[in-house]
Ligand binder design. Structure first.
Ligand code: S3P
Length: 425
């Protein structure tokens, strides 16, 4: 895909449903009793992988007129799949489903694409094994494919080394089936969609700061879910609206859960003209429309507790920092190295190719803003967030930019290029 500079971006955009919440609504709906009706479900490849895994375990899931209906099998109603479960590119599917599969009374093999087979699974193998799970990396490299042989589990109190909602959720889901209470303490609070939705489905979940406890459940109960727009998909329009001259973009119905809103706080610190309109609540997942206008940004330091609240937005914020006055430092973000690609290395490589003054560090980046960007060939490593970030960069840079494997945006935002293009009119 080839893109060039635009003179402005103007108009409204509605970003697709939140990826984390879409995954969870299918997973929890599948192990709940009754029907779960999901509105604004994200039909990206990752969430479709989750649907297909549960269909292979006997769950009836329909997708009609934009509404996904899950006919839950109940907590103990999943059936042994007769083939390997393919999680595609999705870390969320792989890690959360492992917590559900470990306590079943059948055995299963999980796999995924080339990227998933390189991502660390020790982080779930260790705590699930402490609960009594039999879960092995088939190639012995702590990555997928994983062989999970169902076993009865016992609750534990796990102190996680990483602030990861995928790890936390995997353990909590296993805890629903375990004997006794299961508690997870994280070093920093990660997104809490699992806690909120499990509670909404009737589970006994209690959160206190960075610690959360779940009691074994008899049943979960299906419910109606309105998935808010994904703040992680809104970041491309936030960044574009701020750095491209003469721009004003209204991004409708974006989820602003406080465990996900670091982007908004960092934009404010950078001096962005960003306004929240129509703030709203739905079963404790708040939403708002975000109005952004072209701004003179300034550098900032992004570190500590805010990092997990904007982990997927950091690559795009690094691009914003190239257009800010002064230096931006991103630290405490080593988790970026184990996402769909090594997002620190690949951001630095591609930003440098476009002429930015940026350095890679052990756990982040240092960006000296103000150097104009020029077109380049962008190696996305088939990482959807890298492709979308550089589509925005291309529209703000002199000359032509070519984005390789541009169709990887299908993972989380199939209509991305169309939605971006609509704002150029
Ligand atoms: C996710 C959690 C985050 C995030 C990922 C989705 C989730 O990963 O990067 O895109 O849905 O729980 P970690 O929990 O591993 O940080």
């Amino acid at each position: 895909m080839k893109l060039t500079k635009v003179s402005h971006l103007r108009g409204e955009v509605t970003v697709p449903g939140d990826k984390s919440i879409s995954h969870r609504s299918v997973m929890f709906g599948s192990i709940a009793k009754g029907t779960t009706e999901i509105h604004n479900f994200l039909e990206g490849a990752d969430c479709l992988s989750t649907i297909s895994c549960f269909q292979k375990m006997g769950v009836e899931i329909e997708n009609k007129n934009g509404i996904v209906t899950v006919h839950g099998n109940g907590l103990r109603g999943l059936k042994a799949p007769d083939i390997v479960l393919d999680c595609g590119n999705s870390g969320t599917t792989t890690r959360l489903i492992s917590g559900i599969l470990a306590p079943q009374n059948f055995d299963v093999t999980l796999t995924g694409d080339e990227s998933i087979q390189k991502r660390p699974m020790r982080r779930i193998i260790e705590p699930l094994s402490m609960m009594g799970a039999d879960i092995k990396s088939i190639n012995g490299n702590d990555c997928a494919p994983l062989r999970i042989c169902g076993k009865p589990l016992a609750g534990i109190h796990y102190h996680s080394k990483v602030a990861s909602a995928q790890v936390k959720s995997s353990i909590l889901l296993a805890g629903l089936y375990a004997h006794g209470e299961t508690t997870v303490t994280e070093p920093k609070l990660s997104r809490n969609h699992t806690e909120l939705m499990l509670k909404f489905f009737g589970a006994d979940v209690r959160a206190n700061g960075t610690t959360v406890t779940v009691r074994p459940a008899r049943e979960l109960f299906g419910n109606k879910i309105h998935v808010p727009g994904d703040i992680s998909s809104s970041v491309y329009f936030v960044a574009a609206g701020l750095i491209i001259p003469n721009s004003e973009i209204l991004i409708k119905n974006v989820g602003i859960n406080p465990t996900r809103d670091g982007l908004i706080r960092v934009c404010k610190a950078m001096g962005a003209d960003l306004t929240l309109l129509n703030e709203n609540y739905d079963y404790s997942e708040p939403t708002a429309d975000l109005l952004v206008r072209t701004s003179s940004l300034k550098g900032t330091v992004i570190e500590g507790d805010i990092i997990p609240t904007m982990i997927d937005e950091l690559p795009t914020v690094a691009l914003m920092a190239c257009f800010a006055e002064g230096t931006t430092i991103i630290r405490d973000a080593a988790e970026l190295k184990v996402k769909e690609s090594n997002r620190i290395a690949i951001m630095v490589q591609n930003l440098k190719a476009m002429g930015a003054d940026v350095e890679e560090t052990e756990d982040g980046m240092i960006i000296h803003g103000g150097k104009p960007l020029h077109g380049a060939v962008i190696d996305t490593k088939k990482d959807h967030r890298i492709a979308m970030t550089f589509a925005v960069a291309a529209m703000a840079a002199e000359g032509e930019t070519e984005i390789l494997d541009a169709d990887c945006v299908n993972i989380s935002y199939p209509a991305f290029y169309r939605d971006l293009e609509n704002l150029t009119k």
